[in-house]
Design a protein around this ligand. Sequence first.
Ligand code: PGA
Length: 242
Amino acid sequence: MKIFIANWKMELAPTEAEKRARAFVRVFKEYKGEAVVCPDYLSLASVAKIFKSSPLRLGAQDAAAHERGAYTGEVSAADLSSLGVKYVLIGHSERRNFLAESNKLLAEKIKMVLAGKMVPVLCVGENAAEKKQGRAASVIREQLQGALKSLPANTLHSLVIAYEPVWAIGTGVNCDPASAAQIRTIIREWCLRIGLKKVTVLYGGSVKPENAASFIGAGGFDGLLVGGASLEASSFKKITNV
Ligand code: PGA
């Protein structure tokens, strides 16, 4: 089954997030697939209540790398899990860039998410300079190696990987599906080498209703991670209909 993830980032105040969550519930009433919404931490509890008897799944945008304790500002994976969170984004490029999240830290976060029986969605992707230098493939392999090498493959059966070229995020310039498909193959091959036979790979970066089908069809991706176009229920619904 394809997975569609709405990443609401820090775009919505809690009252607005609740309003939109209600609109999502109406629009996704009869939905049979896997559609996930990741509100910010502050809105998670209220959106969880609103989604209670809807087919929509709850996701978080991050999780702490530690179980519990004196970590000011952090939220533990266990607490996310008890709220009903099913998916957790790990290593989104905005966190790697603005908060200097390292691969080592991401590995710890993935461990916590798995311990909470949730699905880690590891985000990888090259930036504009790396693309220009023809280094996309090696950057992706380094990110996978860095975040996953310390984790036994037999614990990673639920892992989802999102290929999000940094230069395509929020820019309106999506990667062309054929080039994205090449990276998808590189991700699959890398995973196979460590014994992960069936890893789910998503595409993200300026996905819109008009281009969504090309990533699933020609691109061969197992789903999409959507930012801007996921804020409106009708637009995200169109994306999930592909
Ligand atoms: P975008 O964001 O769809 O607005 O490009 C995607 C993401 O950051 O996950």
